[in-house]
Every structure is written in structure tokens, then in C-alpha cells.
Design a protein around this ligand. Structure first.
Ligand code: R5P
Length: 298
């Protein structure tokens, strides 16, 4: 039975409805579902993200620090805005009660024993939707042997992602033979964005990283790379966000630290709270001794 149209209603006819923008660079024209997923990766209050990358096993097996994700990684997960992992680890090891968003590794194929750029799409978009992930991650090998194939993997996922409201993160992979400088990183990031990636993961470069973020029309998250001394890793993260990155996606510099939980807290403080590298190092140090699990050797 319809409600009678009485006098109690208030339409606030004199209050214009706000026209809502979206907080992320280059993301103002996306559909609601995709924007909502991006807001599960990037914190709307800071516009940044701390992603924890633990997907290394998809091509290199049980990487140091990831031998037992259940023991060494699960305690870190609640501190991350997003966990970057494979669907195998997600289904087998990450509790579905986790509140942390997931960025799903969606390309793969070759192991470290083969040519790494020879990847294909490794996840059906319907499975990604079934897993309720917030975004897909695909490796793009600009200048690599299978450059076109890897770019095509990304563009196919972008098409599928647009259909399902699923953002795609293009991950710029740097082959051993390529120089990792601002010129190369600018090229790789811009190609990912031009061809539709909603955000891009790339490496920090000491000279000219601000030109990389400036010339990429969508958010960039900084990749961690090989393990550095903690202060160096925190300094790199600090420089990256100061020079325009919308956060970080770090793996080995967190889970290979002697204090992964402290390192996680320290990175969060740099990215979201504006801590200096030295202040963040103190956070890392002061939580040393807080055990996250089992480090017995075998
Ligand atoms: C890149 O090839 C993969 O996505 C990695 O497994 C991961 O993201 C690397 O993270 P990190 O370099 O910080 O250990």
C-alpha cells in the first residue's frame, strides 16, 4: 500500500545535491563499482595505499620469507590496505574473514627457469569476481622479448575489468638487460596508463621519479624491489610518496626484514601519517621483539 503523501516529508528543495568527484588522479570518469573497488585499495582519507606484495611464488616458488605464509604473513595482513597475492594463496591460506582488500595476481606462466616475459593471463575474471577481489595485477614487459604479448594480456584484462567493474594494475617489469632509469620507467608507466590500466606499479628511481608520476595520468604505487637496509627502504618509500606516488606495494623489504611487523608499521606511518624516514625507523625499532611467528630454520 503506497504511503500517503502527508506534510511530514522534507525534500530540502533549497539544498542542492553535491556533485561528487572522486579522490584519485585520473579516475573521475569510472563507473561506481570500479571506483568503489579503487576506494578499497586506496584510502579515501589519504588518497594513498600500503599494499603488501606476497605474490612472488607465482614464478619463483617459496621465496625467502614466504615459505609459510600462514605463519609469517597472516599477522601482517590487517595492517595493509591491500594484499597482493595469487588465488592459490588466497584460497588456501588467507581467511575469508580478512578485512584487507586483495589485489589478485592475474598473469603468469614462466618460472624463473624460463623467459619471464612469456606470460599469459592466468585468472578468469569471473573467478576474480567470485573471490571478491578489489583489483587485478598484470605484469607488462616493455622492451622485453614478449613485450606485445604482455601488453595484450593487460589490454584484455582491462576490457574484462571494465565489463565487471574490476580495476587493473599494470606492473612494469624490468628485465636484467634494461636500464632502470626515469626515461624507461616513464615510457613503461605511460604505456600502461594509455592502454587502460587504472593504476600502475613501478620502481623508484633516484633521479627524476617526479617526472614519472607527473607524466602518468593515473596513480602510481612504488614497488619495493630487493631487500635494502630498513632506513634505506623507508627513505625510498618517503621519497616516492613525496614525489607523487599514491602509495607503495612492498614485499621483500617487509617480509625479509628481521622485524616484519615493525617494518609494516613504519611503512604505514610514512605513507599515511607523513612520518619522516627517521621517525619511521624508530617505529620499526621500538616494536622489535614483537614476534610474528616462526623463524626456525630448516
Ligand atoms: C613482481 O614481479 C611481482 O609482483 C613481485 O612478486 C612483487 O610485487 C615484488 O615485490 P617486492 O619487489 O617488493 O618484493
Amino acid at each position: 500500500m503506497p504511503e500517503p503523501d502527508g506534510d511530514a516529508k522534507n525534500f530540502y528543495a533549497d539544498v542542492p545535491a553535491p556533485s561528487q568527484g572522486f579522490f584519485l588522479k585520473g579516475s573521475g570518469s569510472l563507473d561506481w563499482g570500479m571506483s568503489n573497488r579503487l576506494a578499497r585499495v586506496f584510502r579515501p582519507d589519504t588518497g594513498r595505499t600500503v599494499m603488501l606484495a606476497i605474490d612472488h611464488g607465482y614464478f619463483q616458488g617459496p621465496t625467502t620469507g614466504l615459505e609459510r605464509v600462514d605463519l609469517n604473513i597472516l599477522p601482517l595482513v590487517p595492517l595493509a590496505d591491500a594484499l597482493m597475492c595469487t588465488r592459490g594463496i588466497l584460497r588456501s591460506t588467507i581467511p575469508p574473514s580478512s578485512r584487507t582488500s586483495v589485489v589478485l595476481r592475474a598473469s603468469g606462466g614462466p618460472s624463473i627457469l624460463k623467459e619471464l616475459s612469456d606470460e599469459q593471463i592466468a585468472v578468469d575474471i569471473e573467478d576474480a569476481a567470485r573471490l571478491n577481489v578489489a583489483a587485478l595485477a598484470v605484469q607488462v614487459f616493455i622492451g622485453g622479448e614478449h613485450e606485445t604479448q604482455s601488453v595484450h594480456n593487460m589490454t584484455r584484462l582491462v576490457d574484462l575489468g571494465l565489463r565487471y567493474g574490476m580495476p587493473v594494475m599494470g606492473v612494469t617489469a624490468v628485465g636484467k638487460q634494461l636500464t632502470r632509469d626515469a626515461k624507461y620507467i616513464r615510457l613503461a608507466c605511460r604505456i600502461c596508463a594509455e592502454l587502460g590500466a587504472q593504476f600502475v606499479k613501478t620502481y623508484y628511481v633516484d633521479d627524476g621519479f617526479d617526472t614519472v608520476t607527473a607524466s602518468c595520468p593515473v596513480p602510481i604505487v612504488m614497488a619495493g624491489g630487493k631487500k635494502l637496509p630498513e632506513l634505506d627502504a623507508l627513505t625510498m618509500a618517503h621519497r616516492a610518496v613525496t614525489e607523487g606516488a599514491a602509495g607503495v606495494d612492498m614485499g621483500r623489504n617487509i617480509f625479509q626484514s628481521d622485524n616484519p611487523l615493525g617494518m609494516m608499521r613504519a611503512v604505514v606511518s610514512v605513507v599515511h601519517e607523513g612520518s619522516s624516514p627517521v621517525e619511521a625507523l624508530e617505529i620499526y625499532r621500538s616494536s622489535k621483539g614483537a614476534s610474528i611467528g616462526h623463524r626456525s630454520k630448516r
